[in-house]
Design a protein around this ligand. Structure first.
Ligand SMILES: Cc1ncc(COP(=O)(O)O)c(C=O)c1O
Length: 372
């Protein structure tokens, strides 16, 4: 008899639950037996208008797909620096902001260190923290989704706490964190990462324009939402100089591919076009809010992002989610603390929102018929 084999996988990872991402439309089309073109995809806060024409053109002209991308991302970082009015030395671009979340935590966490998470919120912070061997301490948001700042302040007294992630506007409800709350958190002896993936839909200034910069502040943004480049994976962050120096050491050298970089550069040159799409999505978000509130079983929360969270009463949220899906309308269903009985609906084109509302009317009639 030989010795027991050594474990192939870290035991904590072996015991970990996987991240559950949204499935691509072709998978849902096959599952539902519908043509893909009939799907109304409002489940992942994507931008239905897609990339700007200049970005599309840059992709068709791409001549350097056979050459490794610039590991220091000079052209895109310089363009971002000009656009934001900041020093390019403080910018780093990631393969989506997801990659930056992972890199930050890899740099910050030693085994057993603690990350403060403010659920309900985006799941990648707790997921990446777990992958890095960190521990997550949840400081739940209040029922209106505002941060519990005193609880965060109390939790940060624990010396093992390294960082806190704040999403503003928050996913999945769309509420924003007021600057005074951020100021209070920045006084704590921990790193404060503010994720502004949806800031362009809020009508509020980005914290990237904050002066003076705080030495423990990181702000993340992305091209996935406002610029319609989710499939190309380009996010970026503004970092304190002492931090970014070390982030460069651990960044995979060619993390941003040539297609993503070219499309992001072209997007910055086509801002007016993209902002017009942002305005359309904001208008549809407002319409969604008004129209959803007319259904007695739906209770939309106010949102400053490109989605609306709805609490569902009298019917089950799962039932509404499934009944929409049968009609080809994909939304996000949650069944977790703070989000029981909730669905999240991304803002879409006027035609997509019309289709969603029509499907909801059918579901309401069906229920009425059954009840009567
Ligand atoms: C709050 C938040 N941050 C980051 C991301 C991921 O952005 P990216 O596509 O740049 O990785 C998302 C995507 O849904 C998000 O909701």
């Amino acid at each position: 008899m030989g010795e027991l084999p050594r474990p192939l996988v870290r035991p904590d990872v072996a015991a970990m639950a996987p991240y559950v991402p949204v499935e691509p439309p072709e998978v849902w089309a096959a599952r539902l037996g519908l043509p893909e073109a009939r799907l109304i995809k409002l489940d992942a806060n994507e931008n239905p208008y897609g990339p700007s024409p200049r970005a599309r053109e840059a992709l068709t002209r791409l001549a350097n797909g056979h050459i490794y991308p610039d590991p220091t991302q000079r052209a895109l970082r310089q363009a971002l620096a000009n656009w934001l009015g900041v020093d390019m030395e403080r910018i780093l671009v990631g393969h989506g902001s997801d990659e930056l979340i992972d890199l930050i935590l890899r740099l910050v966490l030693r085994a057993g260190d603690v990350v403060l998470d403010c659920p309900p919120t985006f799941g990648m912070y707790r997921f990446c923290a777990a992958v890095c061997g960190g521990r997550v301490r949840a400081i739940p948001r209040r029922p209106d989704f505002s941060l519990d700042v005193p609880a965060l302040e109390a939790a940060a007294r624990d010396e093992r706490v390294r960082t806190v992630f704040i999403t503003s506007p928050n996913n999945p409800d769309g509420s924003v964190t007021p600057p005074e709350a951020i100021d209070r958190l920045l006084r704590l002896p921990i790193l404060v990462v503010v994720d502004e993936a949806y800031i362009e839909f809020s009508g509020l200034p980005s914290l990237m324009s904050r002066r003076p910069w705080a030495e423990n502040l990181i702000v993340l943004r992305t091209f996935s939402k406002w610029a319609g480049l989710a499939g190309l994976r380009v996010g970026y962050g503004l970092f304190p100089p002492e931090f970014i120096e070390h982030l460069w050491k651990i960044k995979p050298p060619y993390n941003v591919n040539v297609a993503g970089a070219a499309a992001a550069l072209a997007s910055l040159e086509d801002e007016a076009f993209l902002q017009a799409n942002v305005a359309r999505l904001v208008a549809e978000r407002e319409r969604l809010q008004t129209e959803l509130a007319r259904f007695p079983f739906l209770h939309p929360y106010p949102s400053r992002a490109n989605f609306v969270l709805c609490r569902v009463s009298s019917l089950s949220a799962r039932h509404v989610w499934e009944a929409l899906r049968r009609r080809g309308v994909l939304v996000r269903y949650f069944d977790e603390p703070g989000l029981q009985d909730c669905i999240r609906i991304s803002s879409g084109t006027p035609a997509q929102v019309d289709a969603l509302l029509e499907a909801l009317r059918q579901i309401a009639e069906e229920e009425h018929g059954q009840a009567g």
